[in-house]
Ligand binder design. Structure first.
Ligand SMILES: [Zn+2]
Length: 167
């Protein structure tokens, strides 16, 4: 997947895209999120295609506007469009993105392909961002934003956010 994506992203545009961050998780660039599917200069216009992390996630509109703004600062016109298929999954978050998430105090899924069912059935797929224990419990499907769920660690008793933008 990663290799295929790199072919569609002009390396010259990479640094500009790196400056755009997820409005809900400021530590994560949209490249780390893995939402950029395509970025090429076509007839002097940067054509950017992004895949929403979560249907109805209001952050995506903001990301589109932020991309246009980031390119405008470089005097480049950008057009942003959405690609809905294949759907984004948390597997697309880069290893560096996962590290940033954990440092920021948001748990990334332990298992690749961790699905929503596993999350809702309280299977132990989420690691405490405070102590690293997997003895954690879903407290609320909705954390500080719609894209996060609230978890609590049963060992250190700390509550923490889980990034639930799953497939
Ligand atoms: Zn803990």
């Amino acid at each position: 997947m990663t290799i295929e994506l790199e072919n569609h992203i002009d390396p010259m545009l990479f640094p500009i895209l790196e400056k755009v961050h997820d409005p809900e998780i400021p530590v994560l660039s949209i490249m780390d999120m893995g939402v950029v599917r395509f970025a090429q200069m076509i007839n002097s216009v940067a054509q950017i295609k992004i895949t929403p992390t979560y249907s109805g996630c209001p952050a995506m509109d903001v990301i589109g506007e932020d991309i246009v703004e980031a390119f405008a600062k470089e005097n480049i016109e950008a057009k942003v469009s959405l690609v809905l298929s294949p759907a984004w999954t948390t597997d697309w978050i880069t290893p560096r993105g996962r590290e940033s998430l954990e440092e920021y105090g948001i748990a990334a899924p332990l298992e690749e392909n961790a699905d929503k069912e596993a999350l809702l059935n309280n299977k132990r797929i989420v690691k405490c961002t405070n102590c690293g224990s997997v003895n954690t419990k879903l407290v609320s499907q909705f954390g500080s934003t719609a894209c996060k769920a609230l978890f609590k660690c049963e060992d250190c008793l700390e509550p923490f956010d889980y990034f639930k933008c799953l497939k």
